[in-house]
Design a protein. Structure first.
Length: 162
């Protein structure tokens, strides 16, 4: 079955959104979710979590084996943290906290830009809708989208300077 993932740039109406560094409590919560995913490796193999490729393989293995029910939101969102870790490794992004009228959530920001991704729910929303997730395809589309956005912004800035 062919999957078509599309990253979309969402222009939301202006809302009060605050981006801050994660607190120690935020980091502990993120680490707890990361640990849950990492714990699918045997203790001797947990070092494999450190590579981007192994993170993606682990996520796909967890999904393919049906180790999470679609009602287990916390576990599904833990997969989102690991997807975020892989994106951060590949794109040089940093974990931040975004607070708005809907709450406070971890997000990834590309340093020096306003590009923000919310990986926490990228897998869970798809699973809850009954979609099959191909992790590497989702990852590639997200990376391409961020790179395209950066390229487009740079081109716009350069054309404004001429």
């Amino acid at each position: 079955m062919e999957h078509e993932y599309k990253a979309r740039e969402v222009k939301l109406p202006p809302t009060k959104q605050t981006i801050t560094a994660p607190t120690s409590e935020d980091l502990a919560r993120i680490e707890e979710q990361r640990d849950w995913v990492r714990g699918h490796y045997t203790p001797e193999a947990q070092h494999k979590y450190e590579t981007m490729e192994n993170k993606l393989v682990l996520l796909q293995t967890i999904l393919d084996n049906g180790w999470i029910e679609k009602s287990e939101t916390w576990k599904l969102q833990s997969l989102g943290i690991t997807l975020g870790d892989a994106l951060a490794q590949e794109l040089g992004m940093e974990w931040v906290m975004v607070e708005d009228e809907y709450g406070r959530d971890p997000a990834l920001r590309l340093s020096g830009t306003t590009i923000v991704l919310f990986p926490l729910t990228m897998i869970s929303k798809r699973i809850e809708r009954g979609e099959e997730v191909i992790v590497t395809e989702l990852f590639d589309v997200l990376c391409d989208s961020v790179r395209d956005t950066v390229r487009r912004v740079k081109n716009d800035l350069e054309s404004q300077q001429h």
